[in-house]
Design a binder for this molecule. Structure first.
Ligand code: UD1
Ligand code: CA
Length: 415
């Protein structure tokens, strides 16, 4: 028989996301809470994809339909229902009908860990391969390990098992090495162990963490590698932790942008969505808030106090100044919107100048309409452009005008 090499080993992931999350005090399923504009679960799915996972089995329960809808029909996701939340081992067991005959490796991760990094998953996979173990888990060392399962090791440093916070002795409680729930199992061994887990603990739940000592008891190899950065270990269980995770994610997003040549004048007073793209030599001034899918080109100047919303595209050399709000609009090269404007559902041509306080009135109470402003147009201060509106190239709108398509057609000119 030809031996399978690790490179050929198929890998799937089970992502646990069925919990009710009482500590969040929320009606929204926990994994849909957003971190820098994306639901927590999206980060976990992405990390798996980037680590070469072909299929993700996402266990959902509370608000299952809502979670499913949010992610649509991604071809690599299999939604698995856990009717009653009886613990993390029970959640994994819900995937049995899909995976009982699977002869590869199964990553098990939690949906409430948005700070997961693909590098950590790669280390986990590599160590698993090198160690030829039945299970490999990645651990973290925390100054404050409170709330997490503790890694129990023998005098030689070999892992003996995981003790949940609520089940720790005083001595175990002092252990700083914790379980962030990053596991890689040989699939067959995982499901064999799950059958033997009993809810003998303070919470009366089926703990996935018990699988490790059970697997060790069968004489198989379990390896724990300290590979998770403290910040990354965080599972979001409360609104406070959600805000901390958001802050950490925000730092990562800004760091990456800065590495790509974007100037962020005051990182602490700037908020940029995970989905935003920003080009080289663009300067983001303080108190700028970028939310949604936003694309900013090169050498733009944005802010201070600018608000960019979903669907905004700024091409190159655009200046967007103080209290300018832009939504679902494209501003072509060289556009200037320096002060106090609202641009919504518009296409603004090259080198257009929009004066202070001018706005697009895009909503008539019933529907939203579009505004097109041709290249090289000049919009004076305090103009109200009533959509739907089409201003041809080189239009000149005087300060204080109220412009509708009707008024232009009457004039028989483009503005
Ligand atoms: C779990 C681990 C703990 C670890 C911590 C890391 C167990 C028993 N404990 O604890 O060792 O330090 O994560 O963050 O595994 N879930 C389900 N179905 C259930 C129960 C939970 O899908 O029946 C999901 C939750 O939605 C959540 C994840 O599993 O995404 C973890 O559950 P949670 O209750 O948050 O576990 P912790 O107490 O944080
Ligand atoms: Ca948790």
């Amino acid at each position: 028989m030809k031996k399978k090499t690790s490179e050929m080993t198929e890998r799937v992931a089970i992502i646990l996301a069925a919990g009710v999350s009482s500590r969040m005090n929320t009606r929204l399923p926990k994994v849909l809470h957003e971190v820098c504009g994306r639901p927590m679960l999206a980060y976990v799915l992405d990390a798996c994809r980037r680590a070469g996972v072909a299929k993700m089995y996402v266990v959902v329960g509370y608000g299952a339909e809502q979670v499913r809808q949010r992610f649509g029909d991604a071809g690599d996701i299999v939604w698995v229902q856990q009717q009653e939340q009886k613990g993390t081992a029970h959640a994994v067991l819900c995937c049995k009908e899909y995976l009982k005959d699977f002869d590869g490796e199964t990553l098990v991760l939690c949906g409430d860990g948005p700070l997961i990094r693909v590098e950590t998953l790669e280390t986990l996979i590599e160590k698993h391969r090198a160690g030829r173990s039945a299970v490999t888990l990645a651990t973290a060392v925390l100054d404050d390990p409170c709330g997490y399962g503790r890694i129990s090791r023998d005098v030689y440093g070999n892992i003996q098992g995981i003790v949940e916070d609520g089940d720790c002795t005083a001595e175990q409680r002092a252990i700083k090495e914790v379980n962030p729930s990053y596991y890689l199992f040989n699939n067959g061994i995982l499901f064999e162990a799950l059958d033997n887990i009993r809810p003998d603990n303070v919470k009366k739940e089926y703990y996935l963490t018990d699988a490790l000592s059970l697997i060790l008891a069968t004489g198989r190899k379990v390896v724990a590698v300290t590979a998770v950065r403290p910040e990354e270990a965080m599972g979001v269980n409360s609104r406070e932790q959600l805000s901390v995770a958001s802050k950490i994610m925000q730092r990562r997003i800004q760091q990456e942008l800065m590495d790509h040549g974007v100037t962020i004048v005051d990182p602490d007073n700037t908020w940029i969505d995970a989905r935003a793209q920003i080009g080289q030599d663009t300067v983001i001034e303080p108190f700028t808030y970028i939310h949604g899918v936003v694309k900013i080109g090169q050498s733009c100047r944005v802010g201070p106090f600018a608000y960019l919303r979903d669907g905004t595209v700024l091409k190159d050399d655009v200046v967007l100044g103080v209290f300018a709000e832009v939504k679902n609009s494209t501003l072509a090269d060289g556009v200037r919107v320096r002060h106090h404007s609202y641009i919504g559902d518009a296409a603004v041509g090259e080198n257009v100048n929009i004066g202070a306080g001018s706005i697009t009135a895009n909503f008539d109470g019933e529907k939203v309409s579009r505004t097109n402003i041709g290249d090289d147009s000049y919009i004076g201060s305090g103009a109200i452009l009533i959509a739907p509106l089409d201003l041809k190239d080189g239009s000149h709108v005087s300060a204080g005008s109220v412009v509708s398509q009707e008024s232009i057609d009457e004039l028989g000119q483009g503005g």
